[in-house]
Design a protein around this ligand. Structure first.
Ligand code: HEC
Length: 223
């Protein structure tokens, strides 16, 4: 309450200040320099009024406003931290993040939120060729038509850094964008983003496959 009275006093003094200024204008008795000087003074007054207002200037600062004297309020009962509890699954599906118990941080997911089937891959290929090839081209080397016509060339997917990147990283790039590349969250629904990630993985594999990974019956057909 004391703080409120302070505020009130400040408003009163502001009012006085304003009257003083207008009187000066009315009388036109004092030159422009004096009026400018008055503004400087009233400016100080304004600044102080804002400076002295009741506020929690620093986190965890004490406050006389609450009975317990704490400026930062305790969490309302039943609050669940976003990065914990039942939302962990959402974090994986919709944000491509996994909770890391060791660091208590969310990190880019190293897994897909649902098993990827051949149908998912087919859908991912289709979506990729609609939304991504204009810049990244169909093989993912970054020479799409838009890049060839002057837009920044995207990096090729076929480089060690992006081969090592986890699925959640690609998901995040699709959802939020990266550098000059816009995010595709408004155009591409959650599940399709994952299908595109899976297809990008397949593309990467297609350019960097180890013959030893082939099943024996196919390995024989290699020329
Ligand atoms: C309009 C052009 C354009 C489209 C369409 C586009 N991208 Fe990009 N993308 C870029 C550019 C340019 C970069 C590099 C951005 C930068 O470095 O500023 C990039 C970067 C990336 C990267 C690399 C991030 C890194 O760490 O280097 C990934 C992965 C990626 N895009 C995935 C996609 C996927 C998946 C799609 C389709 C959903 C897509 N992009 C659609 C232009 C585009």
């Amino acid at each position: 309450m004391i703080r409120f009275t302070n505020r009130f006093l400040n408003f009163q003094s502001l009012e006085k200040c304003a009257t003083a200024i207008s009187n000066h204008w009315k009388n036109a008795a004092i030159g422009a320099a004096m009026i400018a000087g008055l503004f400087v003074v009233s400016g100080c007054e304004l600044r102080r009024a804002m400076y002295d207002q009741p506020k929690i200037a620093r986190p965890l600062m004490e406050s006389t406003f609450w009975a317990d004297g704490m400026g930062s309020r305790p969490l309302v009962e039943g609050v669940v931290p976003w990065s914990d509890g039942p939302y962990i699954e959402d974090a994986l599906l919709t944000d491509g993040k996994q909770f890391n118990a060791a660091t208590t941080n969310l990190m880019d997911a190293v897994i897909f939120p649902f098993p990827i089937t051949a149908d998912d891959l087919a859908r991912g290929k289709e979506r990729f060729e609609i939304f991504c090839t204009p810049c990244h081209d169909r093989a993912g080397t970054g020479n799409g038509m838009i890049a060839n016509r002057g837009f920044k060339h995207p990096p090729t997917y076929h480089q060690d850094r992006l081969r090592a990147a986890v699925p959640g990283y690609f998901y995040g790039v699709i959802k939020n964008g990266f550098g000059v590349m816009q995010g595709y969250a408004p155009q591409i629904p959650v599940e399709d983003r994952w299908r595109i990630v899976a297809y990008v993985r397949a593309l990467q594999f297609s350019q960097n496959a180890d013959p030893m990974d082939l099943p024996p019956e196919l390995a024989g057909q290699l020329k």
